[in-house]
Design a protein around this ligand. Structure first.
Ligand code: CP
Ligand code: NVA
Length: 308
């Protein structure tokens, strides 16, 4: 069963093939929009359940549109409105959904919920974000980097701020795709050690630098994310802001990095907090290409999961 649960759990040959397929489908679609023949419809006859236990704009819309572009149909379900949110077990939900649909995409809180869904589903399950990782986002980010600058292998990625779920998937990807990653944030919010050690064992250089000016020197890519994630208690907001303020990405930081550095953010962003509007809307920012590439990357992930 081809579940897409995390980048570190997926074979690099498959990951690379997904990014290549995504690029080819993006090109084909651009051609179609110019009047060339229509895309193939590899998901014709397939029904996909998109289950959300947390809010979403990009993941929800890009999966929904992606499935439809490939000829499939979707059902968007909110966890709170399902029996899942009222005591039915995840295992039973997985067994039941598997009798109706061909694939389940799940955005949830605890990683265990995702793993239990995958264990008991008899159809592929895709991780649409948990408290611990966000692999679909990083597949789109790698595709975006390579579109602009060529192979990511050997490049220097600087993660600024909170070592959160999105950061974790970057660490996973560093080990798989062979790029180096500098974590630039407060020690209290470091990414999980187990992921760092795993990436290092795979040969990737993972460094920790608490000073943003030295960290971004020679960076090929600078990444930021919100200081307060959906799974963080609002009561931690002030503490997090105080810890993370020194790591804001602004025009001075981008200038210190140099012109070769791209800027990425998975969005939604808090302009003026983790990143300034000048950087978001500036010449080094590729944030909307990233958002677009969620669509293309996930179409390739869906095809890999379904073997079509
Ligand atoms: N980047 C991302 O996953 O966005 P949404 O929360 O809007 O899906
Ligand atoms: N780290 C953020 C990512 C949102 C796409 C969160 O989990 O809220």
């Amino acid at each position: 069963m081809n579940h897409f649960l995390d980048i570190n759990k997926t074979d690099i040959t498959d990951l690379r093939q997904m990014i290549d397929t995504a690029g080819a489908m993006k090109t084909a679609r651009a051609g179609r929009l110019k009047g060339l023949p229509d895309d193939a419809q590899p998901l014709a006859g397939h029904m996909v359940a998109l289950v959300f236990e947390k809010p979403s704009t990009r993941t929800r819309v890009s999966f929904d549109v992606g499935v439809r572009q490939m000829g499939g149909q979707t059902m968007v379900l909110s966890g709170g409105e399902m029996q899942l949110g009222h005591g039915e077990t995840i295992a039973d939900t997985a067994r039941v959904l598997s009798r109706y649909v061909d694939l389940i995409m799940l955005r949830t809180f605890a990683e265990d919920t995702l793993l239990e869904m995958a264990e008991h589903a008899t159809v592929p399950v895709i991780n649409g974000l948990t408290d611990r990782s966000h692999p679909c986002q990083i597949m789109a980010d790698l595709m975006t980097y390579e579109e602009h600058r060529g192979p990511i292998k050997g490049k220097k990625v600087v993660w600024t701020g909170d070592g959160n779920n999105v950061c974790a998937s970057f660490v996973h990807a560093a080990g798989k795709f062979g790029f180096d990653l500098t974590f630039c944030g407060p020690e209290q919010l470091d990414p999980e050690r187990v992921f760092v050690e795993e990436a290092r064992k795979a040969g990737s250089k993972i460094e920790f630098d608490r000073d943003i000016w030295s960290a971004v020197e020679g960076a090929d890519l600078i990444v930021a994310d919100t200081w307060v994630s959906m799974h963080d208690a609002q009561s931690t907001r002030e503490r997090r802001h105080n810890l993370l303020r020194p790591y804001q990405v602004n025009e001075d930081v981008m200038a210190a990095a140099g012109e070769q550095a791209l800027f990425m953010h998975c969005l939604p962003a808090h302009r003026g907090e983790e990143v300034t509007s000048a950087v978001m809307d500036g010449p080094q920012s590729v944030i909307f290409d990233e958002a677009e590439n969620r669509l293309h990357a996930q179409k390739a992930i869906l095809r890999w999961c379904l073997g079509v």
